[in-house]
Design a protein around this ligand. Structure first.
Ligand SMILES: Nc1ncnc2c1ncn2[C@@H]1O[C@H](COP(=O)(O)OP(=O)(O)OP(=O)(O)O)[C@@H](O)[C@H]1O
Length: 231
C-alpha cells in the first residue's frame, strides 16, 4: 500500500486546466520529485492533493484510505502536509512563536516545540528573533520545522530550494533525506532536476498539467526530463 496515492486528479481555474488526469504514487521512506518548468501544474497538483483547491474528480488516498471527500484541515490531521512556495513564515512572530502557533493550532504538546528546536539547532540559536529577519535558508528550516511538528505521514514541498545558497540547499536536501529515512513520504516539486538529482529516490515529469513520465532514480528522471523537454 502506497502512503500517498493520487489518481486521475484534475484541477481547473475557470477555463484554465492546470492539472489534467494526473496520477502519482509516493511511498514512505522515499523522496519523490515532481519536475517540470514554471506553469507546468506542480503547485496546482499539490493544492488539489491537500484539498486547498477543489479538484475536478480524482481520488486521493492516504495509507489506502480515500480522503478525497475530506476538507484540507481534516487531511492535515490525517498526516498530509504542504510547505508552500514562499514558506509563509509569520514574519512578526519570533521563531519560537512561529512554532508555538502551529503547536497550539494542532493541539500538540509543548515538548514538540523543544523537539523542533533540537532538530534544527540554527533555529534554537535564533528562537527569539522575528521570523522576518531570518535568512532564506533559516526561513526554509523554520517552515520545515513547523510542517513536521505534527509528525506527518506525507510532506509535500513546493520549490523548497528557491533562492537558497548552494550550502543551504545541501542542508535542506539532507534534512529531507533524513525525514524519508525516518519513514516519511517526502515529495518535492522543483523546476530544476539538477539540484535534486542526487537526493531523490524516484520521480515524475509534469508538463502542461499532465504527468508525462516517471523514473526510479534521480539519474533516470534527469534523462526522462531531458527527453520530454526535447533537450
Ligand atoms: N489562481 C490561478 N488562476 C488562474 N490560473 C492559474 C492560477 N494558478 C495557476 N494558474 C495557471 O495554472 C497553470 C499551472 O500553474 P502552477 O502554478 O500549478 O504551475 P507550477 O508548475 O507550480 O509553476 P510555478 O513553478 O510557476 O508555480 C499555469 O498555466 C498557471 O498560469
Amino acid at each position: 500500500m502506497t502512503t500517498l496515492s493520487v489518481s486521475s486528479l484534475s484541477v481547473r481555474y475557470g477555463s484554465v486546466v492546470a492539472v489534467s488526469d494526473a496520477s502519482i504514487a509516493c511511498p514512505a521512506g522515499s523522496v519523490t520529485a515532481l519536475v517540470g518548468p514554471n506553469g507546468a501544474g506542480k503547485s496546482s497538483l499539490f493544492l488539489g492533493t491537500i484539498g486547498a483547491i477543489k479538484a475536478v474528480g480524482g481520488v486521493i488516498e492516504l495509507d489506502g484510505e480515500d480522503v478525497s471527500a475530506l476538507d484540507a484541515n481534516a487531511r492535515t490531521r490525517r498526516g498530509l502536509v504542504l510547505v508552500p512556495q514562499g514558506r509563509q513564515v509569520f514574519s512578526h512572530l519570533t521563531v519560537r512563536e512561529n512554532l508555538c502557533v502551529v503547536a497550539d493550532s494542532m493541539r500538540l504538546p509543548q515538548d514538540r516545540v523543544e523537539e523542533a528546536l533540537d532538530r534544527f539547532p540554527i533555529l534554537r540559536s535564533r528562537q527569539n528573533l522575528p521570523g522576518g529577519v531570518l535568512s532564506g535558508g533559516e526561513q526554509q528550516m523554520l517552515a520545515l520545522a513547523r510542517a513536521i511538528m505534527g509528525r506527518p505521514k506525507v510532506l509535500l514541498l513546493d520549490e523548497p530550494l528557491l533562492g537558497l545558497a548552494p550550502q543551504v540547499i545541501e542542508a535542506v536536501l539532507q534534512t529531507l533525506h533524513e525525514l524519508a529515512g525516518a519513514g516519511m513520504a517526502v515529495v518535492v516539486a522543483e523546476p530544476s532536476i539538477r539540484l535534486i538529482r542526487s537526493q531523490i529516490t524516484r520521480g515524475y515529469v509534469v508538463l502542461r498539467g499532465r504527468v508525462v513520465g516517471t523514473a526510479g532514480s534521480g539519474d533516470e528522471l534527469a534523462e526522462e526530463y531531458s527527453r520530454r523537454m526535447g533537450m
